[in-house]
Design a protein. Structure first.
Length: 369
């Protein structure tokens, strides 16, 4: 997939809802994505750039207009950006935000004064935040939905695959996860714990928090491998940390399987070359799935009728040496050809819940579960 220099600009300022069918069909819906990541990657991986890119592919396939504003991992800047959007005389139809560093509560409160509809993606609101501001479509009426990946299922699948590679040997695990206050970080770890609790003799030696970077993960993995010398599995919550952990394992000459979550191009190359044992992929589609839901909502098919306003999508898949080539080619070599319109209930009316499966999007790849 070729990186675009700029994403589509915004126009059309009227607030639209499913009941406004005549107006909804009259113009292209405008979406602003307040991206918490970096416009140019500086050591924490390409995740947020790819989220924007796949959102852009989805936007073009639906003839929607997308504007991406990066916060450079600065939550205070995120708040200022939300305030700027809320003050616009010509607001976008929709604003997509992320609960990065727990900032979404304040962002929702700032955006509540706007006519824009708001969707939270990737990181769900915490239970405490929901106690304070309520749920979707309650006190903050223009907060219409939350769309997240089932990160716990992803962590469960990763550990299931890695333990299967141990040929019956009990798992002795080190975990490297991200910010302890980030919901998705906690959810990935809970999935790993859920699998290990079902496997006799296996144990998590220690789970440590990192800053999502290669360097910090490498250093912490070195310390933990010295502390727990019989470790045979290391898992990490993103690509940069998985690759950092792999570097530490190799420097010690340890016989340890390393896997992670994210499946960006660099990590996939490592999987193909026999470095990383596996990655769980698909998180970078969360924004594109949100665009599908917004397209349907804008054209009169409220996604809340098919799974609720709070959507937890179970699509994350294990990528290993046996399927990495097919997965990588479909997503990163031919990403511009991906057809997100197949998931739309406006384009393809179906009574069942949304089916955002990677096999459906990119074609089947062996052992994808």
């Amino acid at each position: 997939m070729k990186r675009r220099d700029a994403l589509a600009a915004c126009s059309l300022g009227a607030l639209l809802s499913p009941v406004s069918l005549a107006r909804a069909s009259a113009g292209r819906p405008r979406v602003v994505f307040l991206n918490p990541g970096e416009a140019v990657e500086h050591g924490t991986g390409q995740h947020w750039q790819l989220v924007s890119e796949f959102m852009d592919i989805a936007a073009r396939s639906f003839d929607m207009r997308l504007d991406v504003v990066y916060a450079e991992r600065d939550h205070l800047l995120m708040l200022r950006q939300a305030e700027e959007v809320a003050r616009r005389a010509d607001p976008p139809d929709y604003v997509v935000i992320v609960n990065e560093k727990m900032a979404a509560q304040q962002m929702l409160q700032l955006l509540a004064r706007s006519s824009s509809k708001v969707v939270v993606i990737h990181n769900d609101m915490t239970a405490r935040q929901r106690r304070e501001i309520g749920d979707e479509r309650q006190a903050i009426r223009n907060w219409i939905g939350t769309v997240t990946a089932n990160a716990a299922s992803g962590g469960y699948r990763l550990m299931s695959y890695l333990c299967g590679r141990l040929a019956g040997e009990p798992a002795r695990v080190i975990g490297i996860t991200g910010d302890p206050n980030t919901p998705v970080s906690q959810e990935r770890a809970s999935g790993v714990d859920a699998f290990l609790s079902r496997v006799g003799g296996s144990r998590m030696y220690q789970l440590v928090f990192s800053d999502w970077s290669y360097a910090d993960s490498e250093e912490k993995t070195r310390v933990l491998l010295a502390r727990y010398r019989d470790t045979n599995l290391v898992w990490a919550a993103n690509d940069s940390m998985a690759l950092g952990a792999l570097s530490a394992v190799r420097s010690r000459g340890a016989r340890v399987l390393v896997g992670g979550m994210g499946a960006l191009p660099g990590a996939l190359r490592s999987v193909a070359e026999g470095g990383l044992a596996a990655m769980v992929g698909g998180d970078y589609f969360i924004g594109a799935w949100a665009m599908v839901l917004l397209y349907d909502y804008h054209h009169g098919k409220d996604f809340a009728a098919s799974g609720g306003a709070r959507q937890t999508l179970d699509f994350l898949s294990v990528v290993h040496q046996g399927n990495v080539e097919r997965f990588s080619q479909a997503i990163f070599d031919h990403g511009d050809e991906l057809d997100f319109t197949m998931f739309s209930k406006v384009r393809h009316p179906e009574p069942r819940p949304y089916d955002f499966s990677l096999a459906r999007l990119v074609g089947p790849f062996a052992g994808s579960g």
